[in-house]
Design a protein around this ligand. Structure first.
Ligand SMILES: NC(=O)C1=CN([C@@H]2O[C@H](COP(=O)(O)OP(=O)(O)OC[C@H]3O[C@@H](n4cnc5c(N)ncnc54)[C@H](OP(=O)(O)O)[C@@H]3O)[C@@H](O)[C@H]2O)C=CC1
Ligand SMILES: O=C1OC[C@@H](O)[C@H](O)[C@H]1O
Length: 366
């Protein structure tokens, strides 16, 4: 088998860029992946020193990786195939646009943009340039998620009725600076944009993608509780109602930045059983499934545990490489329409919750 060598340029040097690069540098053969191999060839930061420090810390100072003191130099590097963007949410649009205009394929962290208008503009630019573009919804590519999807669609549990999912994280908001990305409205702070993608990805996988739903968009009902510290949402609850001829189901979703995660983090209730997924719901390793008899009593229960090499970000990286190798402009697992659905839902939740970003933060507004 020929191995496809895929060359990444990394934008930013924060927490998630570190985790992603660590996964890229794990030899794919140790994960039993033989068709693609990842190379990090450039790192861009707002200072060259930080870029070099990142390479020293995470890649043993490899001289094969160029350290740039700007993002633009990475976009311009002819040795780079794809750009990984790990900047705060509200930077994604401009970073991705610059990368796309330089003719690079893009994997951009979640949430892909600040709003749906920005995303539509990016997708149109990606289309014009003929490049691959994907939001880094890494959960959707993980083995547990793939197996749960098959289980749901096997029909053995009957139709889904209610999905409950929460992702919370205690960011110690009374103590961190108000300029921290989780608190700063100029960086898209708050629970919804940072944590909301995860409860939502489970709802999209289990309900939106359910064959009976025929890809119909749900209606949205939402409420936000904002912290007086900076006005961003500390707690958000949103319900999605799927009401079609063949699928009638609800997703009850929530996220908080001032609590630890609830356990189980995702519960999917069907007419004839229940699936429970245990935290962390962004890279879960364990789920249980219970099957009911006609009276609703549990007749069979199974626990499934997953193990893999690496942190779990490599699954999406492999997908990007394979899609580009195969000449695709998007992944079928997390395609452009699912990101559009996500951003449409988030826009609606913010509208109902009264959360407006400061003027100028959203780069495209209509
Ligand atoms: N998939 C996942 O598991 C996770 C995804 N994320 C997503 O990744 C993004 C970044 O999160 P995280 O890594 O935690 O954030 P960090 O604050 O740790 O890092 C963000 C990096 O972005 C760069 N940057 C560019 N402009 C700014 C700015 N105005 N303010 C601050 N930093 C800036 C900086 O790198 P430099 O100085 O080198 O340019 C900085 O180190 C978010 O969109 C978040 O939603 C976050 C955590 C986990
Ligand atoms: O994507 C994420 O997953 C883990 C969280 O801790 C982090 O804040 C978020 O950005």
């Amino acid at each position: 088998m020929t191995t496809f060598v895929f060359r990444w340029g990394i934008i930013s040097t924060g927490k998630i860029a570190t985790a992603f690069v660590k996964d890229l540098l794990v030899d794919p053969k140790t994960r039993d992946v033989h068709d693609v191999v990842h190379k990090v060839v450039a790192v861009g930061s707002r200072t060259t020193e930080k870029a070099q420090e990142f390479i020293n810390t995470n890649a043993g100072g490899a001289s094969s990786i160029k350290a740039y003191g700007s993002y633009r130099e990475v976009y311009a590097d002819k040795d780079v195939d794809a750009i990984y963007i790990g900047t705060p949410h509200t930077c994604h649009y401009l970073n991705a646009l610059d990368a796309i205009k330089a003719g690079k394929h893009v994997l951009c962290e979640k949430p892909v943009t600040s709003n749906g208008h920005e995303l539509r503009a990016l997708l149109s630019a990606a289309d014009d340039e003929g490049v691959f573009f994907m939001e880094a919804v890494w959960t959707r590519f993980q083995p547990l998620c793939l197996e749960v999807k098959k289980l749901i669609e096997s029909g053995s549990l009957g139709p889904p009725v209610v999905l409950q999912a929460d992702l919370s994280g205690n960011f110690d908001i009374q103590k961190i600076p108000k300029t921290h990305r989780i608190l700063d409205p100029a960086l898209g702070g708050g629970a919804l944009l940072d944590l909301g993608p995860y409860p939502l990805v489970w709802a999209i996988m289990a309900l939106y993608e359910h064959p009976d739903n025929k890809l119909s968009a749900p209606s949205v009902s939402a409420s936000m509780l904002k912290t007086p510290l900076t006005g961003v949402d500390s707690n958000t609850a949103f319900t999605l109602t799927f009401d079609t001829a063949e699928l009638r189901a609800q997703a009850v979703l929530s996220c908080s930045i001032n609590l630890n995660s609830v356990n189980p983090g995702v519960i999917i209730r069907f007419e004839r059983g229940t699936i429970k997924i245990y935290p962390p719901i962004y890279c879960p390793k364990e789920y249980t499934v219970e099957y009911f008899d006609d009276e609703g009593s549990v007749t069979k229960a199974e626990k499934r545990v997953f193990e893999y090499v690496g942190g779990g970000w490599h699954f999406q990286a492999d997908e990007v490489a394979r899609c580009v190798r195969d000449g695709k402009n998007q992944s079928s697992l997390w395609n452009h329409n699912k990101s559009l659905l996500e951003m449409g839902i988030f826009d609606e939740v913010r509208k109902q919750g009264g959360y407006r970003f400061p003027l100028g933060v959203e780069r495209v507004v209509e």
